[in-house]
Design a protein around this ligand. Structure first.
Ligand code: HPA
Ligand code: ZN
Length: 341
């Protein structure tokens, strides 16, 4: 990798738009919280955890993801988890994050919605004050659970509209297509939450289409399979619907055989508003800049592509339009500085 590309990846201001906070739980913190909260895990050491992180598909990962997060019990735990992520990506020049959280995975095991939200929000506020990182929260509905339970989460979210900006749909895509959640998404939109959804990660292009048509999403998380459908690609390009892609996640969940098969460049070339993200960085072997580095090399991206991806991350964000220009200007300033050497 050239010095210029390396410096650009390090220093370009970036937004991350596809990040599950529970997926940032590093093995060290998992083991420490297990001890602090007296939770039994099938791991004794960091090496045991690393050994277990071999996935053949999304469900393999989800099983360990839900088990791992059982150590998160108090507001302080959620704060510590979130703060650790923010400190890490501050070093990656991240300046804005739109973060998913999975309240049903916690309320289901007796942890109150407010405990989860309180810990995350206090860390996000600290990051705004101390690191200059801005944020929005996206509450995800778990698609393997009945829609009824998603309505319970929505009822909780309605009490916290000052902190929750959008709703999403995650967990097992196979067998749980977007139309199952038509009613709760309609209710969410009526309450003013922006809709997004995971679609086309393991499921067909049809899931991307129904996420758009039935759930009326404003952004598609992953969206890989859309590229198999030229009419859908055309529509996404015309509407400027963003895709939040996650190269290392796709690799580790065997959605793609090699990182060179990541669809990011193909999507850019097709005129899509594509962004690069880490998804669940602790589980998939890399944070935001690791994802940029991996595809830079494997897809032979040039410096213009890197700058476009950084700019796309703000263009595709839910930052008000009037504030986006400031972020684009900040990118141009860094490019100028980096080129000066
Ligand atoms: N896909 C679907 N659901 C998820 C993921 C993912 O990568 N991470 C956390 N929940
Ligand atoms: Zn995801």
């Amino acid at each position: 990798m050239t010095d210029l590309a390396n410096a650009l990846i390090d220093r370009l201001p970036k937004a991350e738009l596809h990040l599950h906070i529970e997926g940032t739980l590093e093995p060290e913190l998992m083991l420490a919280l297990a001890k602090r909260n007296n939770v039994k895990l099938p791991y004794e050491t960091v090496e045991d955890v690393a050994k277990a992180y071999e996935f053949d598909c999304l469900q393999d990962f989800l099983d360990l993801y839900y088990m791992g997060m059982s150590v998160l019990q108090t507001e302080q735990d959620f704060h510590d988890l979130t703060w650790a992520y923010l400190l890490k990506v501050h070093a990656d020049s991240l300046t804005h994050v739109e973060m998913f959280f999975d309240p049903q995975a916690h309320t289901d095991r007796g942890v109150a919605f407010e405990t989860v939200l309180g810990g995350i929000v206090s860390a996000l506020e600290k990051a705004k004050n101390e690191l200059g990182i801005t944020s929005k929260l996206i509450m995800c509905f778990l698609r393997h659970l009945p829609e009824e339970q998603a309505f319970d989460a929505l009822e909780c979210a309605c009490k916290h509209k000052d902190h929750i900006h959008a709703v999403g749909l995650d967990s097992s895509e196979k067998g749980f297509p977007p139309p199952l959640f038509e009613r709760v998404f309609e209710a969410s939109r009526k309450e003013g939450f922006i809709p997004v959804a995971h679609a086309g990660e393991e499921g067909p292009a049809e899931n991307v289409r129904t996420a758009l048509d039935v759930l009326k999403v404003e952004r598609v998380d992953h969206g890989n399979s859309a590229l198999t459908d030229p009419a859908l690609v055309q529509r996404l390009a015309k509407q400027r619907t963003p895709l939040t892609m996650c190269p290392l996640s796709n690799l580790r969940l065997k959605g793609i055989p090699t990182i060179g098969d990541s669809p990011v460049k193909k999507a850019m070339d097709a005129g899509l508003l594509v962004t690069v993200n880490s998804d669940d960085p602790s589980y998939f072997g890399g944070y935001l800049n690791d994802n940029y580095r991996a595809i830079h090399k494997a897809l032979d991206l040039d410096e213009h592509d890197l700058i476009t991806l950084a700019k796309n991350s703000f263009a595709a964000s839910f930052i008000p339009d009037r504030e986006k220009q400031g972020h684009i200007d900040a990118i141009d300033k860094v490019v100028e500085d980096v080129k000066k050497g």
